[in-house]
Design a protein around this ligand. Sequence first.
Ligand code: ATP
Ligand code: MG
Ligand code: FE
Length: 343
Amino acid sequence: LTVLGLETSCDETAAAVVRGFPPGPGEILSDVVFSQLEEHRPFGGVVPEIAARAHVELIDGIVARALDEAKLTLAQIDAVAATAGPGLIGGVMVGLLTGKALAVAAGKPLVAVNHLEGHGFSARLATGVAFPYLLLLVSGGHCQLLGVEGPGRFRLYGTTIDDAAGEAFDKTAKLLNLPYPGGPRIEILAREGNPARYALPRPMRGREGADFSFSGLKTAVRQLIQNNAVETVDVAASFQAAVIDILIDRSAAAMAMFRRDFPETAEPAFVVGGGVAANGAIRAALADLAGQEGFGFAVPPVKLCTDNAAMIAWAGIENAALGRFDPLDAPARARWPLSHEMP
Ligand code: ATP
Ligand code: MG
Ligand code: FE
């Protein structure tokens, strides 16, 4: 299957062509991502109205480039996959409507992709890891642990009760006066810092279940900065160490739940996806945990962790392979939780 994917749910305008078949790995024929960073930087975050307008201006050219780099015409692809949510609704509508128009024009079927399924299946695109697996989804808007059995088949083990992991990185970066987006900056600064310098809380650690909470950590960082002359690199390192401890504790708890639900899976895999999975220290710590707990480990390459259209094309392939296509009146959704799809 060869699928054209479109991604416009946040501030990346992206199109990609991917070829392959489940379980993967897939072949990325093109992967064009235009990040609207400069447009939003003056505001310290993504401005939905600006993002939507930028997607309108950019999407045609990005699609043309993706097809061009793949050396294919629209007639040579099997389906069009577009993010239909969750995300900033204006942007989602631009990408979804563009996808519908291309599908109609080319006479190809449409897959209305859940962006989170894109993040959650990226490791299949990269490595071909088999279902079922335990997924840690750590992105700008989400922090969840899920048992993944296939497209639309997710079991929720834990979710954040307040901020997402990426949100915690971005808010902490803002407190440190670092430019947007903060996550990658914190990772770079943390390399120079002492993670034991400042004592920060690890909310929810040891708690029953596998839920997360990050707002207390952010508040502790705010108080630390307000009341002390801090060393930025040490705050970054101490914050990142706290996040890692939380992710490890909650993931370990979910591993036990996954083993109970899937006892027949002899060599279960632990899979990570979403923008925060781009963080090298987090990747290394989670790989260690998987090794200790007898889980395999799969994480997409860094470029497939943050928002991109290759993951949307691949999610399109996963759905198309099961004959799961969508009608042309498929809605754009601001909210679209994965776990509500459980049959
Ligand atoms: P969602 O996927 O939940 O809708 P999103 O699409 O905005 O949200 P992603 O693009 O998956 O989120 O990830 C962006 C987030 O990842 C941001 O919060 C960003 O700070 C964070 N991030 C990116 N790189 C790193 C890094 N190296 N270390 C930590 N965080 C990072
Ligand atoms: Mg972004
Ligand atoms: Fe995302």
